[in-house]
Write a protein that binds this ligand. Structure first.
Ligand SMILES: O=C(O)CCC(=O)C(=O)O
Length: 262
């Protein structure tokens, strides 16, 4: 079992935990290689403008299809850990391919994921989390994730607009940073961060010559059915997939994935 009791304790204490090498390098090479060439992912990409006017690109979809990404999101290594964390059956809320391009990929402002999901999508309980797997190395220079360690215990903070993104109340963030550590999550391909939907996080623009690509899969407790969101996957139990990403045909994303469109 890759996700140990120690990982769970760290997650509960800090609001996040990084599991190193959850996916092997050959598995990530395959997934990243497929994503780089996937025309449908590219066509459905959206730009989000940060407060400084730089764009960061992502492709988001709700429904798990038979593509390699669908298998990844259902992977037992992730789903079993998520169910341990949530304490019950998990549903797939959405998956996102994050594409922070060299030199021009923009920042993500301080926010809690639940800031979006409570406000826009009607999830009443914060029984949700995100799981980020690095596809390329994530460093301070190319804008790795930053977390305020322990901030999930603050509960939901008010959010307003920051560029085209939703940002957490800056006064609360400033005070939080005075009493809780700021962690930079430098990660190698295959490392995976599990983070609570109320953990305050952000990332800088990519100032390096290297891309920072990652895949984020978000999960919800099946019982936490949203009253606004229409995506059935967000309250449908996931059947965990026990295989590895090398043993199956590497199918690209399909239209069944139900992309977020602007
Ligand atoms: O991957 C990143 O740089 C940040 C993404 C993020 O904060 C999010 O998707 O909520």
């Amino acid at each position: 079992m890759a996700f140990t009791n120690e990982h769970l304790k760290t997650y509960e204490r800090d609001g996040y935990v990084v599991v190193r090498n959850l996916f092997s390098r050959p598995e990530i090479d395959r997934l990243y290689g497929l994503a780089l060439e996937d025309e449908k992912l590219r066509k459905n990409a959206l730009d989000r403008v940060d407060a400084g006017g730089l764009k960061t690109r992502l492709t988001l979809w709700y429904t798990l299809d038979d593509s390699l990404y669908g298998k990844f999101a259902r992977s037992a290594r992730i789903v079993e850990a998520v169910e341990q964390i949530l304490g019950g059956p998990a549903a797939h809320y959405h998956s996102k391919l994050m594409q922070k391009e060299p030199r021009k990929g923009g920042a993500w402002e301080w926010h809690q994921d639940y800031g979006y999901w409570y406000k826009n999508n009607g999830f009443l309980f914060p029984d949700m989390l995100s799981v980020l797997t690095a596809l390329s190395p994530a460093t301070r220079e190319n804008g790795c994730l930053q977390m305020i360690r322990g901030s999930h215990r603050m509960g939901r903070v008010e959010h307003g607009f920051s560029g085209e993104q939703i940002g957490a109340d800056p006064e609360k963030v400033e005070e939080a940073l005075k009493i809780m550590p700021l962690d930079y999550l430098e990660m190698e391909p295959g490392d995976t961060a599990f983070f609570h939907c109320n953990t305050l996080h952000r990332s800088d623009a990519n100032h390096s010559e290297y891309p920072r690509w990652s895949i984020i899969t978000a999960y919800n407790l099946v019982a936490n059915k949203p009253y606004k969101d229409v995506h059935v996957s967000s309250y449908t139990p996931i059947e965990a997939w026990p295989g590895d990403l090398l043993s199956e045909e590497a199918a690209g994303i399909s239209d069944r994935a139900d992309f977020l469109v602007r």
